[in-house]
Ligand binder design. Structure first.
Ligand code: COD
Ligand code: ATP
Length: 198
């Protein structure tokens, strides 16, 4: 059984993933894999440098994520260029990792995929869980976590499907508008309720 965990930027996916990992549930994380597949020497790295130029590199030749982010979160054409380079490699690696967990006998594997609905990847999972935070809380958490101005935060939020639209598409909605303790209790309850029936 593969659970697709999604949400909006900064609504709490990584926080939920950590709670799930603490419960012994394996999580395959698209954000982590998307960092690995763009390391120097990887196929996607060469394509990114060819498309965006050497200006998006740090001195050590790794990709300057802040600089690339400023480009792609403010320009949907450039965003699609990057997505087309990175996403196939991420999907391939996610499948491999999830299959490996299932083969080793895990009954439930979580795929943390921020763009699950935008990229129409629901066929990769059996159920969808959405981590939801009200738009004003999402904005506040994003500005606080990444030290963004309101404009920087909004450009990232607006690069995604609105969280209220995702809410309609998800099988299960995990409300994350309260405390971390409340969130943890909700996840434990959800795991208990869905032990044999996700
Ligand atoms: C633009 C990049 C370099 C910025 O890196 P940075 O370290 O600042 O952010 P990070 O990768 O941790 O992503 C943070 C969050 O931004 C959001 N996000 C990232 N990429 C995208 C995108 N292409 N479109 C919309 N939202 C995105 C997601 O909610 C993600 O969880 C990086 O996000 C990237 O390479 N994005 C393209 C790959 C991608 O789509 N990743 C998301 C899941 S596969
Ligand atoms: N219930 C909560 N109460 C207070 N802070 C929270 C809560 N849930 C998450 N946060 C904080 O909000 C920020 C965003 O959470 P998190 O990093 O888990 O989001 P995310 O959905 O994984 O983001 P991204 O899309 O960027 O990967 C973090 O700083 C996290 O510590």
């Amino acid at each position: 059984m593969i659970i697709g965990l999604t949400g909006g930027i900064a609504t709490g996916k990584s926080t939920v993933s950590q709670i799930l990992r603490n419960q012994g549930i394996p999580v395959v994380d698209a954000d982590i894999i998307s960092r690995e597949v763009v390391m120097p020497g990887k196929e996607a790295y060469a394509k990114i440098v060819a498309s965006f130029g050497a200006d998006i590199l740090c001195e050590d030749k790794t990709i300057n994520r802040a600089r690339l982010g400023e480009i792609i979160f403010n320009d949907s054409v450039q965003r699609n260029v990057l997505n087309d380079i990175v996403h196939p490699a991420v999907r391939k690696e996610m499948r491999l990792q999830a299959e490996s967990y299932l083969k080793s006998g895990e009954s439930r594997v979580v795929m943390d995929i921020p763009l699950l609905f935008e990229s129409k990847l629901t066929h990769m999972v059996d159920r969808t869980w959405l981590v939801y935070a009200k738009p004003e809380i999402q904005l506040e958490r994003l500005m606080l976590r990444d030290d963004f101005t309101e404009q920087q935060a909004l450009s990232r939020i607006q690069s995604q499907m609105p969280i209220d639209e995702k809410k309609i598409l998800a099988d299960i909605v995990i409300e994350n508008n309260g405390s971390l303790t409340e969130l943890e209790s909700k996840i434990l309850e959800l795991l208990y309720d869905t032990r044999n029936r996700p």
